[in-house]
Design a protein around this ligand. Sequence first.
Ligand code: NDP
Length: 335
Amino acid sequence: NKQILLDNRPQAEASASNFKLVTTETPPLHDGQVLVRHHFLSLDPYMRGRMNDAKSYAAPQPLGEVMQGGTVGEVVESRSPKFKAGDKVVGMGGWQEYSVVAADQPGALRKVDTTHVPLSHYLGAVGMPGVTAWYGLVKIIQPKEGQTIVVSAASGAVGSALGALAKARGCRAVGIAGGPDKCKYVTDELGFDACIDYKQHADAGSLSKALKQACPDGIHGYFENVGGMVMDAVMLRMNAFGRIALCGMIAGYDGKPIPMAYPQLILTNRLTVEGFIVSEHMDVWPQALQELGTLVGTGKLRPRESVAQGLESAPEAFLGMLKGRNFGKQLVKLA
Ligand code: NDP
């Protein structure tokens, strides 16, 4: 069983030398356990935060242990009455080829149906990132029909789902993404009404002018994934009583400070700004996954994936994602 461990913690920017590849034997199964062969690993921005030994909402990734993370795969051996060989499952198997899972632990492993939804999408649109979009939109932004909703990192795993969910509610969806290819995908394939390439703008003032054109009624709701200049530009266009779901601030994940240029706008525009962590809202997951599964199954949400090949490619693919080199949900496919 090949595995990737966190070997040492990054000083500032993370690098491939923080990780270590090892090979171990998979232990024999005890009663209640199953052996899962992973087909795909999920690479997610939150993993960067856990590489640091800092106080956060989740414990840091322990040194010398397999990198934690979401996986989809197939049960190859079972000593649990709940699973049989061949079952397709989603779990938290981590950066390794196989995992031994205590199948009776609540939430440890979930069987999934791949008739209408490809297995890999259970790590993206019909998985944690999709539910993240759903929670921020439905519970925090609470959009009404006809309102304008903006999302940053719009072509990504969370952003793409956000667009489909906002369109399903009769909203105008406007994306912000890096580069012409990503913007074209956001409008042409994801069905957003407009998308702005933030890399074409040197500062928040310039980006906010482009937003004014794309959002003639102003911005009612903003789903924030990046922070920094992009957030400043959106803040300048928020309507009174606008609502901001603060989901991620990837521009600052390598430890750089990301100051906010216009905090006074929260006051003068009476904005609601609410941060959230999707794993603290397990009660909404079934409802959210049902809607997301239907959107994907009916072709209303066509998520894109960046697929790196082989476990060895995981560190570079992960570091690339933090720099925007992914295009859609970043996965690693295992042989
Ligand atoms: P994505 O698939 O969106 O990939 C990350 C994207 O972020 C990149 O492709 C890049 O897109 C963009 N990006 C990276 N650096 C910058 C930068 N400096 N400025 C602007 N954009 C940048 O990842 P996910 O969909 O998985 O995650 C999106 C966000 O959601 C992250 O911030 C993540 O931490 C957060 N999240 C939060 C959760 C929660 O519970 N609160 C749960 C899950 C995710 P581009 O090329 O367009 O710039």
